[in-house]
Write a protein that binds this ligand. Sequence first.
Ligand code: B12
Ligand code: SF4
Length: 368
Amino acid sequence: MSFFTPQAAWAYDICDRFRKVGKRVIVGGVHPTVRTDEAAEHADIVCVGEAELIWAEILDDVERGEHRSRYSQPTATPASALPTPARSAIYEHPASERYDIHLDYLELSRGCDMRCGACVVPKVQGTCARYKDIGQVVEEVASMRYPMCFITDDVVFMHHANGHPQARVFLLDVFGEIGRLGAPRGFFTSTVPIYQLDSELAPVMAKAGATVSYTTFGFDPISNAALTRGSARFRAKMIDQTKMLQDTGVLVYAAFHLGFDDHTPAIVDNILTFCEEADIRMAQFCLRTPWPGTVMWDDLVRQGRILHTDWRRYNGANVTFQPIGMTERELGDAFVTLWQEYSERYHILNDLQRTEVVDLESFARVSA
Ligand code: B12
Ligand code: SF4
């Protein structure tokens, strides 16, 4: 079983039930990697970190009845061993009919050396960035069945924005090749505002089919300062780049994180004004969450500011730590007010209907 922190409590419940009826349970992924001892209470085996090089060994050991309780790879999975997912398992699964949104997922890279304070990826996937083979990516895209594909990496865009020239070359090559495929498919990408400053990449991505750019504002200190009016120059740039991207045909789906130490109740108006000025037609608001295994978690634990470890409420929609610039109540209210005000001010679906994007209404439903 694989799970992130927001799913951990449910996952443990399922693990316990399986073990009760005599099944052996193996867990891995984000949460078991950062809370290994906790996960071990609910599973027979915990896999820490990546698994491609060790999965066969785990299965062999289980078959022989001689497995250990923990496994981890001695080295990171090399780029050449990054697998092509068996998507047919999803396409052909009868349960997939029950979902009202159908997406392909595409992973372009693994690992990240950026070490952002609130992110767990360097801990789970290591700090060595590895890019998938471009031919493999193109083959994957060519064989996809759904009209929309979610590119799971914000990482490559961040590398690009932070002076990794190979990431820029990779992105230009990969989207150039996808564009040449001419497949009528939309791409949902994720990033931070800084990457949008590249006016060469945006049109190449748009030509390849990039229709939505999920852009996290305020995750990094620079764009947070722009939102809290600490940096007028970067604020203006974020607005220009958002417009430029939308003019290219890529809808900016903006995510705003609330609860930085310098946030006060005024953040609500600041963000709403920014949305208006930047013509943000689709937005999401999240409460900052100290994911275990991150620098943010360690800092808040040290400062005694973690309020609880009820993982069900670690989902970006509940206050989990003691804020500084406002009370817990004010922070929760700011979150709700932003959702309400934004939804009232912007007729999201109307805008989406005007946007020529594949299956975007499903996104709106899922986000609502
Ligand atoms: C795709 C994705 C999503 C998709 C999920 C689709 C799905 N059903 O899987 C969507 C958009 C729905 C999503 C939503 C959210 N996400 Co998300 N998401 C990702 C993303 C970008 C990629 C995950 C992925 O597939 N990686 C590729 C796989 C191959 O990597 P992996 O999971 O690490 O797996 C490897 C190993 O860990 C190991 N492994 C994994 N599982 C198992 C199991 C076993 C048995 C074994 C042996 C090994 C093993 O083997 C794999 C190969 O080496 C990650 C960032 C990232 N790069 O990982 C964030 C990430 C997982 N998401 C995150 C967050 C915060 C969220 C949200 C809370 C956001 C929000 N505010 O709403 C929601 C929560 C949804 C929920 N209800 O749980 C955080 C998780 C933080 C945490 N500590 O839990 C991440 C890490 C982003 C980040 N940078 O902080 N997300
Ligand atoms: S947020 Fe993105 S760039 Fe920052 S550490 Fe995580 S994966 Fe890397």
